[in-house]
Ligand binder design. Structure first.
Ligand code: ADP
Ligand code: MG
Length: 463
């Protein structure tokens, strides 16, 4: 066996231990050993998208593994080779052919347009159920205009706003409306699903099908596009898809939890394209709108609460419509379970948790790092250090895990705050998730630190 091959084989064993199995099979198993060249180890990949993704995200961990097994600090270089050395896509990714005859008869006719969808539209998210008020009437009107004249009114339509303010609802309402008016092809999916699909396509060499699918659509809706930040290769792909659709006057709708300019790591050419059409913001609803939303939800739940209870909820839950709904659900289930009339006092008691939450200050990455460092009695600097001894590495992983769980930050953003790559954070997250199932000490540490964080964020707010 060649030296390069022998080293790479051992390095793979190491990497398999270190990385989550998905990551390993998706990104590492597709690499093959190349050759040793002076102080460099050359590895082969099947296309340049693998190359750039690996270079951006997995270089340090690959370098480490190679160093560990060879005792040499090789530079790692990737080379694109289109030859047959790389693993072929598994055969079993295609669904097994159904038994002839039976399947055809059983197959129900698809609902209108559903066959053309990437994700699934929630039937509740229509324009009919969307309550309009001053906080959202511009976004609503723009979406309606787009839905009635896709590709003509505003293209692209970019809707942004905080969590739980109706972005997904509004975007899907556009989808429903387009489906009722036309026979066009539409695709709705989250940016994360797009990323996964793209990776699958790369892995199974189906990039052409991926392209055809999204470039042949009449309406493309991508939810939570802020996840596009720092996904180099996908941004490149999305850029071309965007251009094709735009030139063909096909409608693009995107949502984001922040304004375009604040999506870190978004290429400038995408920033400017996203701004070509109409950018509209969803704001937290005012009191009247909150009341109207509660009344409308009440009707669908078929449950009537006293007006003063609705006022109590609407006055206390202000920043998130999903939570507003959650509070209403909690109270209605309480009332039907205990068969007690709901008074404001009861509501106060039942909703204490929801409302405490509302009064909280957001928990930041920095706060999490501090609390975790204190808990484990390590230095704050260890959170961002390169030191890999277990007494530092484990707390750091727990901190990363908590950041994903308790803040709105994406994996790349958390990575940046820890001086690590997004792959490291992803790995830490999965690792803690897995270990906390079996390891009581980890579960307890995680729970205790998150309780401390929650308490301190309430205190910070009262101070
Ligand atoms: P986002 O995508 O902005 O996080 P969603 O679209 O998921 O928020 O909305 C959260 C919940 O609030 C959903 O159940 C949605 O139906 C509801 N909602 C949001 N805005 C409105 C509105 N204006 N009228 C009625 N329900 C709303
Ligand atoms: Mg959403």
């Amino acid at each position: 066996m060649e030296l390069a091959e022998a080293i790479w084989k051992k390095a793979c064993n190491e990497l398999q231990k270190k990385l989550h199995e998905d990551i390993y099979s998706r990104w590492i198993a597709v690499i093959s050993a190349g050759r040793i060249e002076a102080d460099a180890m050359v590895l082969y990949v099947s296309n340049d998208i693998y190359q750039s993704w690996l270079e951006e995200n997995y270089l340090p961990v690959i370098r480490e593994a190679v160093a560990e097994v060879s005792g040499e600090t090789y530079k790692i270089l990737f080379e694109v080779h289109h030859d047959g050395m790389l693993p072929l896509p598994p055969e079993n990714i295609l669904p097994a052919p159904e038994k002839a005859g039976v399947a055809c008869q059983r197959r129900r006719p698809a609902p209108a347009g559903a066959g053309a969808l990437g994700g699934v539209l929630n039937p509740r998210y229509s324009f009919k159920t969307f309550v309009v008020g001053p906080s959202n009437n511009f976004a609503h009107a723009s979406s309606l205009a787009v839905a009635q004249a896709p590709g003509k009114a505003y293209n692209p339509l970019f809707i942004y706003g905080g969590v739980g303010l109706g972005k997904t609802h509004l975007m899907q309402a556009v989808g429903h409306e387009v489906l009722t008016n036309s026979r066009g092809h539409i695709h709705y999916l989250s940016c994360e699903s797009l990323m996964n699909e793209y990776i699958e396509a790369l892995q199974h060499r189906r990039i052409k099908q991926f392209r055809d699918k999204y470039r042949g659509t009449d309406l493309l809706m991508i939810d939570d596009i802020h996840f596009l930040s720092k996904t180099g290769a996908l941004q490149e792909e999305f850029f071309h898809t965007f251009n094709v659709l735009y030139d063909a006057h096909k409608q693009i709708v995107m949502t984001s939890d922040r304004p375009i300019g604040e999506i870190s790591g978004l290429e400038q050419r995408l920033v400017s394209r996203f701004e070509w059409g109409l950018v509209t913001e969803l704001m937290p609803p005012d009191f009247e709108t909150r009341m109207a939303i509660l009344r409308s939800k009440q009707k669908t739940l078929n449950f009537t609460l006293n007006e003063d209870v609705l006022v109590y909820i609407a006055s206390n839950i202000k920043s998130n419509i999903r939570r507003l709904e959650g509070a209403l659900n909690t109270i209605t289930s309480y009332a039907s379970l205990y068969k007690r009339p709901v008074t404001v006092e009861v509501a106060e008691e039942v909703l204490r948790r929801n409302i405490d939450h509302e009064r909280r200050n957001p928990i930041t990455i920095n706060m999490i790092q501090k609390h975790v460092a204190e808990f484990f009695d390590i230095r704050m600097a260890d959170m961002t250090s390169k030191q890999r001894s277990q007494n530092v590495a484990l707390p750091r992983q727990i901190a990363m895990y908590l950041c994903r769980r308790m803040t709105k930050s994406s994996f790349p953003e958390i990575g940046a705050a820890f001086g690590k790559t997004h792959a490291t954070v992803l790995h830490a997250h999965r690792c803690i998730q897995k270990r906390s199932i079996k390891d009581k000490q980890i579960t307890q540490a995680v729970e205790r630190i998150s309780r401390q964080l929650e308490e301190s964020s309430v205190l910070a707010n009262q101070a």
